[in-house]
Design a protein around this ligand. Sequence first.
Ligand code: HEC
Length: 115
Amino acid sequence: MRLFTLTIITACIMGLSITSSLAEKKQGAKELYKQNCKICHDKKSPSGEYTPMTLIMDQWERFFEKKYEKSHKDVKHPVQKDKAVIEVITKDMLKKIKKFCIDHAADSEQPMTCG
Ligand code: HEC
């Protein structure tokens, strides 16, 4: 009986920690978007307002594959002013941001602005 209870408790703890790490990952991508994209693409921003739901999935795919580097290589980063945007945002960060945009695009199941 004690073993049974222990097993249940362990299972609950494992379940909880998996759920919370998933939530953390999601939160992380949103924060990345806020800090690295929204800073230049907020409402009234001269570079245009872009949130995940501004575009559909295909358009995001094309943007990250074909346009991002070209349109951001000569743009200076607002925080690290001596660097271009594409130098500040690492490949890994960009991968997460891309996933976030596609997961919450206008034609996705969970369209989302980013707060
Ligand atoms: C330092 C400011 C800055 C940051 C940071 C930035 N952008 Fe941009 N973005 C621009 C400028 C400037 C343009 C070009 C606007 C134009 O050509 O009229 C642009 C253009 C775009 C476009 C229009 C499509 C294109 O390629 O012309 C999209 C979509 C976009 N950015 C998304 C993003 C995303 C997603 C991120 C984060 C990974 C990001 N931007 C980070 C300044 C920024």
